[in-house]
Design a protein around this ligand. Structure first.
Ligand code: FE
Ligand code: CA
Length: 520
C-alpha cells in the first residue's frame, strides 16, 4: 500500500520548487508545507549517500510546528532531475524526539556519479537536491573540485559566497565549523538572530532554522554533498570540552552541550553513527575519494584539554578565560590534548594506512604555529599565543607532524576555518625547521568579521606564512589532480551585499611529492 496516491504525488511534484528556482532567489526561502528548511546530502560513499531533511512547517517554533508523533516520509533517488529514471526509493520515519529530522542512508548506488533526490511528506514533495557518490575504492580519479567554508554569522552578512560556490559546480563541499552562532540578537549588521541565545534544544532548533531558511544556503546544500565538522559556536563561544568560556559549572554546561549536539545532528546530513548520546557525539571520520584523496575530518572541541597558561584564580572564581596568553610551560605539556587520546590514536592509524595521493586534514582552527603581536602594544614586540587554537596545544600538533613524516603519509594538507581570515602557510618538521612537511590553507569566513589591524603583520612575522587577509570574506576552492593541488582563495567584494561579486584574491599550487606551496 503506497503512502501517497499518485495524484497527491504529482500535485506535490508540480508544487515543488526546483533546484534552479531555489538558487535564483535571494533572502528567505518561502516554501509552504513541511520542507521549509530545504534538503541536503552528505558523507558520500562509493555506493551511497546520506539524505537529509527536517519537517518543520513552522520552523521558528521549537517543535517545528509538527505533532508529537512519528510521520512517514517517502524518499526517492533518480538518475535525472525529472525523476523519470528512479533508482532507489523507500519510506523513512521522521521521529518527534529527533525534531522530525530525516537521515536516510541510501545504499546500492553506482560509484562516482551524480544523482537527484527528493522527499515526499504530507502529500507535498520537497525541493530537488543533487548529490554525488564517491568514486570506487582505489579507483583512479582525474579530478576533484571542493569548495570549503566556515563561519557564516547570519547577522553580519548575506550568503553571496554560497551563490558563487554553487556556480563553481563543486563535487563536494566541506564545512569546517561555526555553521550557526549562538549569540543573542545584536543590531548593527544586515539582519538579526530571531531568538535569544539558545540554552536548550528548542532554542538551538530555532537558531538552526533561522540560518537554514536562507535560500542561498539551501541552494548550496542542494547542489552537492557536504561533509561537515563543527567548531565552538554550534554550542558556545570558545568552549573546551566541558568548560564554557566563563569557566562555568561543568554539569550544566554538559546539559547545554547535549542540547546543542542534538540540534546539530538534527540539522546536518550526518550518518546514524554520529547520532549523539547525551553530551557525546562521534563526529570524526574519514571520507575517501578513490585513490585521489582521503579527508580526515576531526573534532577538536569535544575532547580537548582546558585552555593553557591561565591565571590560577579564574577557574575557581568562574571568571572568563584569557584567549591570548604569553608562553608558559603548561602550553608545551605533552599530556595536553586537543583531540583526546582515542581520536588521536584513530587519526594516527588513518595517517599511517591511507594510500590516497592527497591527505586532507579537514578541521576547525588555525594549526600552523603562530605567535602574534599584542594588538594593544604592537611595537613592544611581545608575543602572545591563542589559547583556543592549536597554539594552545603545540605538543598535539607536533605529534601529527611527526606522524606525517614517520608514516610517509602521502601529500598531507590542512584545511581550516575559525579565524575569519584567509591564510596560507607551510608547516615545518618540529625536529628540522628547514624541512617542510605540509601546507595549511585557512579558507576565509563566509561572513564572520575579524577586524584586527595587526593580523597580517603578525602572521608574516612567523615562519611559514605566505599569505594572510582578514578583511575579505569568502571561501576556498581546491582542484585536485593526481599531480597537483590548486588552491584559490575566493573573496567577495562585500559580504553585506547579497549580490556581491567575487574574485580570486590569491592562489597557490602544491605539487605532488614536493611539500610546500608555490604561488600560482
Ligand atoms: Fe567563527
Ligand atoms: Ca570558532
Amino acid at each position: 500500500m503506497p503512502l501517497f496516491s499518485r495524484r497527491q504525488w504529482l500535485a506535490g511534484a508540480i508544487a515543488a520548487p526546483t533546484l534552479l528556482s531555489i538558487g535564483a532567489r535571494a533572502g528567505s526561502a518561502s516554501a509552504e508545507g513541511p520542507f521549509t528548511l530545504g534538503v541536503a546530502s552528505g558523507d558520500p560513499e562509493p555506493d551511497g549517500i546520506v539524505l537529509w531533511t527536517r519537517l518543520a512547517p513552522r520552523p521558528l517554533e521549537g517543535d517545528g510546528g509538527m505533532p508529537p508523533h512519528e510521520v512517514p516520509v517517502r524518499w526517492e533517488v533518480a538518475e535525472d532531475e525529472r525523476f523519470a529514471r528512479l533508482v532507489r526509493f523507500g519510506d523513512a520515519r521522521a521521529e518527534a524526539r529527533w525534531g522530525h529530522s530525516v537521515h536516510v542512508e541510501v545504499t546500492g548506488l553506482a560509484p562516482g556519479r551524480p544523482y537527484y533526490y527528493r522527499f515526499i511528506a504530507q502529500g507535498i514533495a520537497s525541493p530537488v537536491g543533487r548529490t554525488r557518490t564517491a568514486p570506487a575504492p582505489g579507483a583512479a580519479v582525474d579530478r576533484l573540485r571542493i569548495c570549503y567554508g566556515s563561519c557564516q554569522k547570519y547577522e553580519v552578512g548575506y550568503y553571496a559566497a554560497w551563490r558563487h560556490a554553487v556556480e563553481e559546480d563543486p563535487d563536494l563541499i566541506l564545512f569546517l565549523g561555526d555553521y550557526i552562532y549562538e549569540g543573542a540578537p545584536s543590531p548593527g549588521g544586515v539582519r538579526m538572530h530571531l531568538n535569544p541565545e539558545p540554552m536548550d534544544l528548542a532554542g538551538y532548533r530555532v537558531r538552526y532554522a533561522t540560518y537554514k531558511l536562507d535560500a542561498l544556503l539551501q541552494a548550496a546544500h542542494a547542489t552537492a554533498p557536504w561533509a561537515v565538522t563543527w567548531d565552538d559556536h554550534e554550542v558556545a563561544n570558545d568552549y573546551a570540552n566541558d568548560l564554557d568560556e566563563n569557566n562555568g559549572e561543568r554539569a550544566p554546561f554538559l546539559l547545554r552541550r547535549a542540547a546543542a549536539y542534538q540540534a546539530y545532528w538534527e540539522h546536518m546530513p550526518l550518518r546514524r553513527r554520529s547520532r549523539p548520546h547525551g553530551a557525546a557525539m562521534q563526529l570524526y571520520r574519514t571520507l575517501d575519494w578513490g585513490r585521489l584523496a582521503q579527508f580526515q575530518i576531526i573534532d577538536d572541541r569535544q575532547f580537548r584539554s582546558g585552555h593553557p597558561c591561565q591565571p590560577a584564580d579564574l577557574l575557581p572564581a568562574h571568571k572568563k578565560y584569557l584567549p591570548l596568553v604569553p608562553d608558559c610551560a603548561e602550553r608545551h605539556d605533552p599530556r595536553r590534548t586537543i583531540l583526546g587520546s582515542t581520536q588521536e590514536d584513530w587519526l594516527h592509524r588513518a595517517l599511517g594506512s591511507s594510500r590516497a595521493q592527497w591527505n586532507l586534514l579537514s578541521q576547525q582552527t588555525l594549526m600552523t604555529s603562530y605567535a602574534r603581536l599584542d594588538a594593544d602594544h604592537p611595537d613592544e614586540g611581545a608575543r602572545l599565543y591563542s589559547a583556543d587554537t592549536w597554539g594552545g596545544y603545540p605538543a598535539a600538533r607536533e605529534r601529527i607532524l611527526r606522524r606525517w613524516r614517520d608514516a610517509h603519509t602521502p601529500n598531507p594538507l590542512v584545511l581550516s576555518g575559525d579565524i575569519h581570515a584567509f591564510a596560507a602557510s607551510d608547516m615545518a618538521d618540529p625536529d628540522d625547521d628547514k624541512r617542510i612537511l605540509a601546507s595549511e590553507f585557512v579558507g576565509g569566513s563566509i561572513t564572520s568579521l575579524f577586524h584586527d589591524a595587526t593580523f597580517k603583520r603578525s602572521t608574516l612575522l612567523n615562519p611559514g606564512f605566505r599569505f594572510a587577509e582578514n578583511e575579505i570574506k569568502g571561501y576556498g576552492r581546491i582542484d585536485l589532480t593526481p599531480g597537483r593541488c590548486d588552491v584559490a582563495f575566493r573573496g567577495l567584494a562585500d559580504a553585506r551585499d547579497v549580490n556581491s561579486a567575487i574574485s580570486t584574491i590569491a592562489s597557490f599550487v602544491v605539487e605532488a611529492g614536493r611539500p610546500g606551496m608555490v604561488a600560482a
